[in-house]
Write a protein that binds this ligand. Structure first.
Ligand SMILES: *Cc1c(COP(=O)(O)O)cnc(C)c1O
Length: 360
């Protein structure tokens, strides 16, 4: 087949779509990966191969029950999927009619909401955050009745800010009769607040997204959770693949959610929160850095007018951080995931050299 035939066959809405520029697609080399908010720590897990000849459970009970207990919800309120990204995709596919319905996002925020919607020919409306990264509820109110799913990221990637509980409550009330409000809590373990899982019974339109990719150090297994009313979960189960979770993934997830697994995760979160503060204290005096947003997650966001030179310099040394300057309101901003103490110190040393040579 010729390329022109493939172009002609390709679904119309995909023609101008650029794939998500994941950290791993942008840079595959390097040694210090501080660009994808992964954990620098990895646990140890056992694999029992005796069931690998069988198709896995769609929703493995051990995983569902363990996550429900961890999140303080009932098993009927939990859906497990191939990462939180699949949870986002399922919400869009299960609740939006392609070519007709819309979602609402509040940029600057996580990129997959828009990409996922565009992939399914669902329109993306935007109510940008205020300058202090709080929700602009007046702007959001304009979209009541016009969107099916509202995505709120808290703690927000890449600003590290948490949305005030009163604001989430107002958003839930605003869209009570017309849309789901999905609160993406991928970083909740690093944050001070409680999160919204405990509120599911009070808000029928509330959805909470969670993941094992960040605090649990398991980005490689692709495992995430959608917490919502049983009615919402049942609709998502209509749209999910028959075997979304490979058997080894289910086994590892169950171990990560065991009492020992949870204790390991909590210890690492404490370590990373200390390292984050230390890194921030060390970086700030080095150059012209201005801290942007807050630190309720495992990364920091800094603005520097030298961001391009800095990025290039770091990449040349195998240190990868993430350019966020294309995001709304985040000109010249760089996001740095917290690594091990050694990785953070290599980053500090590299940045120190960079600014010394610049002599600023
Ligand atoms: C990393 C991230 C996710 C994706 O989680 P996966 O479980 O790895 O798919 C979702 N939301 C936000 C805000 C993230 O930063």
């Amino acid at each position: 087949m010729t390329d022109s035939l493939i172009d002609a066959l390709q679904a119309k809405h995909l023609r101008d779509l650029k794939p998500y520029e994941s950290a791993r697609r942008l840079f595959s080399g390097g040694q210090d990966w501080l660009n994808a908010n992964e954990s620098p720590f990895v646990g140890e897990y056992n694999l029992d191969s005796r069931k690998l000849n069988r198709y896995p459970d769609c929703q493995p009970k051990a995983v569902i029950q363990a996550y429900a207990a961890y999140a303080g919800v009932t098993p009927e309120q939990v859906l497990v999927s191939r990462g939180a990204d699949e949870g986002i995709e399922l919400l869009i596919r299960a609740f939006c009619d392609a070519g007709q319905d819309s979602i609402l996002i509040c940029p600057p925020t996580y990129g997959m909401y828009a990409i996922s919607a565009e992939t399914f020919n669902v329109k993306v409306n935007k109510a940008p955050l205020n300058a202090d990264f709080s929700l602009n509820l007046d702007a959001m109110a304009e979209f009541v009745g016009k969107v099916k799913v509202v995505f709120i990221c808290s703690p927000n990637n890449p600003t590290g800010t948490q949305v005030a509980p009163e604001q989430i409550e107002q958003a839930l009330a605003l869209f009570a009769g017309s849309a789901l409000v999905a609160v993406d809590e991928a970083y909740i373990e690093f944050a001070q607040g409680q999160g919204w899982a405990g509120q599911l019974a009070n808000y029928p339109n509330l959805v909470v997204l969670r993941t094992l990719s960040k605090a649990f150090g398991l980005a490689g297994i692709r495992c995430g959770f959608t917490l919502a009313s049983p009615a919402i979960i049942q609709v998502l189960l209509k749209a999910i693949a028959p075997y979304p979770l490979a058997e080894p993934v289910a086994q590892i997830a169950a171990q990560a959610l065991s009492p020992q697994g949870l204790a390991w995760m909590q210890e690492k979160v404490e370590v990373l929160n200390v390292l984050r503060q230390r890194l921030q204290d060390q970086l700030q005096p080095l150059g012209d850095f201005v801290r942007v947003g807050d630190c309720q997650a495992n990364f920091i966001l800094l603005r520097s007018q030298y961001k391009q030179g800095l990025m290039d310099d770091l990449v040349a040394q195998g240190i990868l951080i993430r350019d966020q300057s294309k995001q709304l309101g985040l000109e010249n901003c760089l996001r740095i995931s917290i690594g091990t103490e050694e990785q953070n110190q290599r980053l500090v040393a590299a940045m120190q050299r960079f600014f010394e040579e610049k002599a600023i």
